[in-house]
Ligand binder design. Sequence first.
Ligand code: SDX
Length: 392
Amino acid sequence: TNGVITIDPGYKNTGSCESAITFLDGEKGVLRYRGYSIEELAEKADFLEVAYLLIFGELPTAEELAKFHADIKAQSHVDEDVKKIIDGFPKSAHPMGVLSSLTSALVAFNPSSVNVDSEEEMYNAIVRIMAKFPVLTAWAYRKRVGLPLDYGDDSLGYVENFLKMMFKKPSREYESNQKVVDALDKLLILHADHEQNCSTSTVRIVGSSHAGLFVSISAGIAALWGPLHGGANQAVIEMLEAIKEDGGDTKKYMAKAKDKNDPFRLMGFGHRVYKNFDPRAKIIKKAADNILEELGIDDPVLDIAKGLEKEALEDPYFVDRKLYPNVDFYSGIIYRSMGIPVEMFTAMFALGRLPGWIAQWKEMRLNKEPIGRPRQIYTGETLRSFKDIKNR
Ligand code: SDX
């Protein structure tokens, strides 16, 4: 503090806005979307219904939901020229980099999406990104595995059609597995919003300059990619696999996580706000048990995860710092059980978080928030005169 400016690294104690979208209580491990508990929504709603709730503020009537879905279906295609952009990527390109690029590129094919002055224009931009993002996400995967960039079947539900777009093989019928559809639907609901996390704050600040919705989402995707944020779900599985390769030696990794000289962190553990169990982790852990049992999969990595959780919850280092499993700790185990590769895990987080980013961007614009422009405390050189290069 210099009397006027207070520096708050990572904004740990700074509120950036007032918001009516998501409420979370870190001490009690409570999370609600527009006043509804995520426990109820995960149990009783479907993902598109929750997306509507977050974006428009109320649970939709059957007619409202049908119209929302119909409007999305009418936009769930992408200009064929976007395929030329995807062609330019190597197969090894990380899906989050592909998606951040393609989401920005979408502006070129939907130029009207940047004008959001009327309610109708804003609705059209929202419906377009809700419709086209699942296509781009599925195509980011299909590019990696050399499958044609095809469409699914829009007589299916939003999540079911996404899974078909992901996994449909040429000249083969695609059989939906309702258990997988339900598990993914629930997982996407649990990722849908989380108040002012790093990627949502990024969406808000980019949007505050009145850059369009699509590029604001693109910036959110970039922020989510980081291993300290959404990228943790990929890092968790890579850590659990390493522990498995190491003969299941969780103690070694716990010691590394506690060693101040070792940059290694127990991925999927800890949270800026939750100083109690992340309520999403509890639901996801149960859902992981259920889906693996339903699919008859015995994934040794799940047992390692449970062992690690048990040890950490009994270890003073973690207990003193109130470090508990977060949303990313068990989610990868479910994605994997569906045949989703680890490189796609953070893209799945983005698919789930899309409605939350949209809702927060919309609230920021409708509240006419000022452009985000923080100050600083200057610690550099005082005034000095230029020195000619021959005198340096
Ligand atoms: C998400 O913000 C959100 O809401 C995000 C999210 C969402 O829905 O949008 O919930 C999604 O990003 C979940 C978090 C996923 N990230 C990880 O799992 C990566 C591992 N976690 C950590 O990097 C960390 O816990 C953060 C990033 C989640 C939180 O970091 P903070 O709040 O800045 O806490 P910190 O780094 O200051 O840590 C406090 C102490 C430190 O020890 P001391 O310096 O006090 O001795 O706890 C230690 C840290 O070293 N610590 C860990 C640890 N997390 C914190 N030590 C080992 N392993 C960890 N995972």
